[in-house]
Design a protein around this ligand. Sequence first.
Ligand SMILES: [Zn+2]
Length: 461
Amino acid sequence: MRYTVTLQEKHHSALKKHWIRKDGNERVAFIICGRSLIDSKEDRFLSKEVVLLPTEQLLASQPEQVSWDNNFFINVLKKAETKGFAVIVIHNHPSGYNQFSKTDDEGEYHLFKLAFNRNGGDRPHASLIMMPDGSLIGRVWRTNLTHHPIELIRVIGESLKLWYPNKLKNFNSPEAFNRQQLAFGSALVQDLSKITCTIVGAGATGSATAILLTRLGVGEINIIDKDTIEESNLNRLHGATRKDIGKDKVEVLKKHIIDIGLGTKVNVVTSWVSSKKGIEFLKTSDIIFGCTDDNMGRILLNRFAYFYLTPVIDMGLIISVKNNPPEIQDLQGRISFLFPGNDCLITKGVINMDMAYAENLKRNEPENYKKLKEEAYVIGEGNPAPAVVTFTTQIASMAVNDFLNRLSNFNPSGKRAHKIYFFHRDTELSPGNIKENDCRICGNSMYWGRGDMKPFLDMVL
Ligand SMILES: [Zn+2]
């Protein structure tokens, strides 16, 4: 079992501010967390709410020790108990000592004993230490009061930051990434090697995204697509040849990535994103690329980003033509960074809800769909959409560059939520967040970091 933590960037900033006092003493805070579990693979903590311990509650605060009234902690436990949330106890080490001290061991033992006695449950809680530079180390506490190191801590918002044990200690960038290291340094090469990406859709944009992430040195890639390769895909599918017609898109792409030989770990599934394996891929990712045209799939990814604090970079291309002879009316690509704080795809009107309804009906009640379609009550698929490899590949490149920028910060002002490029006019638009947003997903924080619940994503299908 791998233990990881995801903190919303705004929570990390609030904590960092809490520690900065002139006295240089230790201080404490609590983070109430949603949970995400994939059995025997990953147990993830998702920050929902930060509770800072007020100075007047401190019984003692010195540079290497802190103590406080347990009643405050009991109130935090009460709050977490109602929905089975986890509690993270976090304090700072003003000296920068980046290990748990003996005092920490003793203090936390009693604290988590109290937590398990009071709240019960068989799921772990956790503790973190923040250093003056904002870096973090952590461990989980299990019901038997043993502790276990946290393998990965993500801070996610406009930027993506990662902490893990041994970061930059003895890291040798592989020869294949030397030229990239010359641009961005070895820290980025190392971070990329720790990252798991999921690509939803292995078509034109998805296959391009997969190859780009492979060559950047991403450690692990999951790919989801249920389709097989047709001859009409060969104009835009990276990694596919004529010999692959009839084979599963994901299998062909997997073989191509392994043949590149950079040591990338690849997992694939031939199914919808909503399948059990598809959800497992999403829940064990650090970032997700939405490369699907399927509206139902987009609805799921759109909710997932906010519930599970896992950013989704969604992309799409629209080519519309006036026919005979074809004349371009619109040629636009879009990338969207979905995460708490940004408007979601529904708020931005990207998802066609009528199409989503029709797709869902077709999948789950094919007879009923046929009947309603004949009676013209639902929208059916139209003619095949135009597709050109240069534009699908450019959109994939833009999406992967957006990810790279959020990790390496090469363009600090470029981290906009939504970007639309009009290729036929050579212009770009970045629609900002709307005001007075009453969307249940992006308009309030109720679901942000909610994690596992029944029904999944609070979604009734
Ligand atoms: Zn929304």
